[in-house]
Design a protein around this ligand. Structure first.
Ligand code: T4K
Length: 364
């Protein structure tokens, strides 16, 4: 059996680099609760992401739950079902109702032309997703938000370091959530952050991730525990030193895929957007009218020990836990794409010979 290739592989610093970074934790004995590594990483990420404000979290999901809480959203939130479970669950776990908008067939982000018809007097916000690193129509979303006085929180889990005409993607809308999970372009093992323009949000976010504590004798919020610890932050400090070269290596892998697959009838690729500096987070391929179905390609790769993934199938509005609550037929484009998309293996150290092999299997 040939070697196993998974959909991704974590970027890691050299072992010695990480050991060196965590050594002083044995002297300080300060392991969590916003220690020195946390402070250093927070400041470095603020610069790297080109954002005015940032708050770190233990993971992306709790970051999203906390920013929804901090912005005091009520009633209904417009979002898309073509995403990871986290986006929808974060809305529901805040006691809010997700209202599912369809995606556009070009880049799979929220279809801005279908949002206004979903707005009611209960709508308080829009939570769009920059899915696979494809950027939503941020200008149209801004216009809609202003017109109807809605908050916008971007799920930017896939867009670490992405810029639009030089502007950090985390500066759009009211806030953005980033994921630093092991499977992401930049990781802190598990981790995440919220970026935001209004500095007054900081107090609530800092409190919500630490039991609502605001002072030695004051607890002003009903918070939880979502703090990034020092070992996570140390991993982030190391990985940040190498993230640009990791993204450059991902770009080479993506270009190799493009050489093989671009222009083939029935194969649709995401080709980048004007003014957007990509981070090459995912390589989604839509098999639409190809000689093999998505599921046939998936099985063929699997029988060769290559594990691609059906991100994002099933749609969140068809999850068992939401049975009877939503109608998947309300989002026909999302349903269509979810049945046809496969994300191929992509990581910095993926051998180009393996990319060749994957493409030969697909084309064979
Ligand atoms: N919003 C969006 C749009 C998201 O995509 C995500 C997370 C979130 C919000 C929430 O952010 P976090 O709370 O996770 O920070 C994975 C990730 O766990 C998840 O972070 C990610 N999205 C999602 C798209 O993918 P699974 O269930 O597919 O993971 P798993 O364990 O099957 O791993 C996938 C592959 O990654 C493995 O085949 C090999 C590789 N891998 C995995 C792990 C755990 C590594 O190389 N190293 C590892 O440590 O969800």
């Amino acid at each position: 059996m040939s070697k196993q290739i998974l959909v991704t592989q974590s970027s890691m610093p050299d072992f010695d680099e990480y050991i060196d970074e965590i050594k002083d934790l044995w002297n300080s004995k300060w392991l969590t609760n916003m220690g020195i590594k946390h402070k250093i990483l927070e400041s470095q990420l603020k610069d790297y992401l080109k954002v005015p404000n940032i708050t770190l979290f233990v993971n992306g999901h709790l970051a999203l739950e906390c920013i929804i809480d901090a912005l005091d959203l009520t009633g209904e939130v417009i979002t898309t079902p073509f995403t990871f479970a986290s986006t929808t669950h974060a809305i529901v776990r805040n006691g809010l109702k997700p209202v599912f908008c369809d995606i556009n067939p070009d880049d799979y982000t929220i279809d801005v032309d279908k949002i206004e018809s979903l707005i009611t007097d209960k709508t308080s916000a829009i939570i769009p997703v920059h899915v696979y690193g494809n950027i939503c129509d941020v200008e149209a979303l801004d216009d809609i938000a202003k017109k109807y006085n809605l908050k916008v929180i971007y799920d930017a889990a896939h867009t670490f370091g992405v810029t639009v005409n030089g502007r950090g993607i985390g500066t759009f809308g009211d806030a953005s959530m980033f994921s630093f999970h092991a499977t992401k372009v930049f990781n802190t093992i598990e981790g995440g952050a919220v970026t935001y323009n209004d500095p007054s949000i900081k107090e609530a976010l800092d409190a919500l991730k630490n039991f609502g504590i605001t002072g030695p004798e004051s607890v002003e919020y009903v918070g939880g525990n979502a703090k990034m610890n020092e070992f996570q932050a140390a991993m982030g400090i190391c990985n940040l030193r190498h993230v640009d070269s990791e993204i450059a290596k991902r770009k080479v892998v993506v270009e190799r895929y493009m050489e093989h697959l671009d222009g083939i009838e029935g194969i649709k690729l995401s080709k980048g957007q004007a003014g957007v500096k990509s981070n090459y987070a995912y390589f989604p391929v839509v098999f639409d009218g190809y000689k093999k179905t998505r599921d046939e390609v998936f099985e063929e790769l699997k029988s060769n020990n290559i594990i691609a993934r059906k991100y994002f199938y099933p749609l969140t509005n068809s999850f068992d836990c939401y049975k009877g609550l939503y109608n998947v037929e309300d989002t026909p484009v999302a349903k269509y794409i979810a049945e046809k998309v496969l994300t191929l293996p992509l990581y910095a150290d993926l051998d180009l010979e393996d990319v060749d092999r994957i493409c030969e299997i697909i084309k064979g």
